[in-house]
Ligand binder design. Structure first.
Ligand code: HDE
Length: 688
């Protein structure tokens, strides 16, 4: 029989340890290919004796284990990756020779890694943090990496400040904490002394940094790049990608609880949906503009603390980015993937953004220390998928076997050795860079507050309250009063009301004087693209609904709710006081996906409570059940409840509103669950 396994007792084990052998399994070998006879016992002088140094099998296994870890990324250490493709739907041939941007219909394979910035690789998925969003396009002309973020601007204007920024946000060096959190003195000290970061501060204090799902964030290349046509003419370009499921964030209290309930919340969801055959999808767009147009912008587009409002340069959708396959091996792919903004293909070029210019050096340098060898490009996840040939040789971990005696160019000894090609090769834009050198910054980089104000005035009322409250939360963790005050003086310049609200939240008795901007703050119109709520989709697609049941629940109600929710594109999980099955009122059994105490409602976008009267009453004495309902209400989620669940609603102090519906009214539940109940918020928490 195929599955039959023979159990051997082993000499020296007294028979209490058993090794399973199976004729269908391949033999276990050493790295040298020698078949191992016993993988449970090391070689010993006698049953009570010492282990022998001679045991090369033990030494090989443990030596390899000892070296399993590589340095984690200096920043962006925690990340999640997936394979997929980029499909061009609209050609940019008028602007570029890059085939990836001109060959409509071609699906270019990609690998993308989405990461947090501040925490170590073992930190949780959901701190308040910018998300790195890097994409490696394996194009037919070589690898092209967009190493972007989920926020379109950055903290600083010049790469020389990056180590200071990261040192300030990471755990403080004397104490080794906090992990993955910006709410501490050194971060806000640095920020309060860096006015150029004010625009970014607005973004990170907004709910943009509290992503509900990696499938519900935007992506931005941040810097301006150039597209080059065959004649060498260049057009500036900014890259954007927007989630098909719409933007969605969690509320702060929910975010904090998710970190405890499931530190792998984001990666688990992506794993689950990709494994179930769903995909993550973004529409991929560009903003294109010329130097002449850029000269008229009221800011410098080479300054990465600025975005180009969509009202000024509209987005053109040119394709779609789809992630559809989880990697086979996390370490080999997600950990070893090495992104470098310097990886470009012909037809695309850099701009003079001083932040980008510094990055062009940093990434290759950091990969050398992280992956340990110049040959990291040969690791399968990093190698191009198009033909490549060069004269680079040797180095640690050379995996290839380049043949022949010629490893140089020009040569006359090898007629088929590779040669440079002027017609298809990479060309840089021809620019006159005349000017006076120096450690300088353009005067046009000096306006630090206008776009911060534009961001603030573009937010809806609940979003403004979240930003003000996030600032109060973060600054209340700062022990130095002068740092808190310095931040309030910046906020007063961004918007007086914002500054006042944060000052009130911090209990400042006297308002500090507003900071003095280097340039007058420009008056700007709100931009619709900047609000999350304004860009959320009222949909249940891609979301997850939890149904709380217990023994005696009505099976028909559960089945009908499940059907309606699934028809709206969401997943359903059954939660019950214990794992296994519950016995429904009709004596049928229903499989349970999550045990109540380990599956709080923060895991879901909306919840339904289907309980018998007895179970409803019994659960009123169960803190996990009361919290399940109270949190769903407090996190502004829709709640469907049947008659038996009414007692639990009461125990959780749930007040009736548009988001609390009858379990039989599926239509009302789907509508309410497709959004958050923003109007409820004022009744459940005090915001700044
Ligand atoms: Fe990075 N950044 N960065 N960065 N960055 C790294 O490279 C750096 C910046 C971004 O999933 C490092 O492999 C400098 C902006 C992402 O593997 C390092 C500056 C943006 C990732 C590095 C910046 C990013 C990194 C650390 C200031 C958005 C993760 C480990 C000039 C446009 C990629 C590594 C992945 C990673 C340097 C600023 C995005 C040290 C010097 C702006 C998505 O090379």
């Amino acid at each position: 029989m195929k599955k039959a396994q023979k159990q051997d007792s082993h000499p020296g084990t007294g028979g209490e340890l058993h090794q399973q052998t199976n004729a269908d399994h391949p033999p276990l070998t050493t790295q040298q290919g020698v078949v191992i006879s016993d993988n449970q016992n090391s070689l010993r002088a006698h049953p009570q004796g010492p282990t022998l140094l001679e045991d090369f099998i033990l030494r090989e296994k443990i030596t390899h284990f000892d070296h399993e870890r590589i340095p984690e990324r200096v920043v962006h250490a925690r990340g999640t990756g997936a394979h997929g493709f980029f499909e061009l739907t609209h050609s940019l041939e008028q602007y570029t020779t890059a085939k990836v941007l001109t060959e409509v219909g071609v699906k270019t394979p990609v690998f993308s890694r989405i990461s947090t910035v501040a925490g170590g690789s073992g930190s949780s998925d959901t701190p308040r943090d910018v998300r790195g969003f890097a994409i490696k396009f394996y194009t037919s002309q070589g690898n092209w990496d967009i190493v972007g973020n989920n926020v379109p601007v950055f903290f600083i204007q010049d790469a020389i400040k990056f180590p200071d920024l990261i040192h300030a946000v990471k755990m403080e060096p004397d104490r080794g904490f906090p992990q993955a959190a910006s709410a501490h003195d050194t971060f806000w000290d640095f920020i309060s002394l860096t006015p150029e970061s004010m625009h970014m501060v607005m973004w990170i204090m907004s709910d943009r940094t509290l992503a509900r799902s990696l499938r519900m964030i935007e992506g931005f290349g941040v810097h301006s790049f150039r597209l080059l046509d065959a004649a060498g003419h260049s057009t500036f370009v900014k890259f954007h990608w927007r989630p098909k499921l719409g933007l969605q964030s969690t509320v702060w209290d929910e975010t904090v609880k998710i970190a405890g309930a499931d530190p792998d919340f984001h990666r688990r969801e992506l794993f689950d949906v990709l494994s179930a055959g769903e995909v993550a999808e973004w529409e991929f767009a560009v903003q294109l503009f010329t130097q002449a147009e850029a000269d008229k912008f009221p800011f410098n587009h080479l300054d990465a603390t600025k975005l180009i409002p969509e009202e000024l340069v509209p987005l053109q959708v040119i394709g779609r980015l789809v992630l559809d396959r989880w990697p086979d091996n996390f370490f080999a792919e997600t950990e070893q993937v090495a992104f470098c903004p310097s990886h470009l293909v012909p037809g695309i070029d850099f701009s003079n953004d001083p932040l980008l210019q510094g990055r062009l050096f940093s990434y290759l340098d950091t990969q050398l220390s992280r992956l340990g060898t110049v040959n990291f490009e040969q690791i399968p996840i990093n190698a191009p998928k198009c033909p490549f040939a060069h004269q680079q040789r040797d180095g640690h971990m050379q995996m290839a076997k380049p043949a022949g005696r010629v490893a140089y160019e020009p040569n006359s000894l090898s007629p088929d050795s590779p040669r440079a090609d002027r017609t298809t090769g990479f060309v840089s834009v021809a620019l006159d860079e005349g000017g006076e050198r120096g450690r300088v910054r353009a005067a046009s980089f000096a306006d630090h507050y206008s776009q911060a104000r534009q961001f603030w005035i573009s937010q809806s009322e609940p979003e403004q309250a979240h930003i003000a409250s996030a600032l109060v939360f973060e600054l209340s963790k700062v022990a130095h009063p002068h740092v808190r005050e310095a931040m309030v003086s910046h906020l007063l310049v961004i918007d007086e009301v914002l500054g006042q609200r944060v000052a009130d939240g911090l209990g400042l008795e006297e308002l500090p004087a507003p900071a003095t901007p280097a340039q007058p703050v420009q008056s700007m119109l709100p931009s619709a693209a900047l609000s999350i709520i304004g860009n959320a989709k009222d949909t249940l697609e891609g979301r997850c609904v939890g149904i709380l049941v217990a023994d005696g629940s009505d099976g028909k109600t559960v089945a009908a709710l499940k059907k309606a929710v699934q028809a709206a594109g969401a997943r359903v999980k059954i939660v019950a006081p214990r794992i296994g099955d519950v016995v429904l009122a009709n004596d049928k059994r229903l499989a349970v996906d999550g045990q109540l105490a380990g599956t709080p409602s923060v895991m879901f976008d909306a919840v339904a409570l289907v309980l018998s009267e007895d179970a409803g009453k019994a659960l009123c004495r169960e803190a996990a059940a009361v919290d399940f309902v109270r949190d769903a209400f407090g996190h502004l989620k829709a709640i469907a409840a049947d008659a038996g669940a009414k007692a639990l609603l009461k125990a959780a102090s749930v007040k009736s509103d548009a988001g609390v519906v009858d379990a039989d009214d599926h239509q009302a539940f789907v509508v309410a669950a497709s959004t958050r109940q923003w109007v409820r918020e004022k009744s459940v928490r005090t915001l700044a």
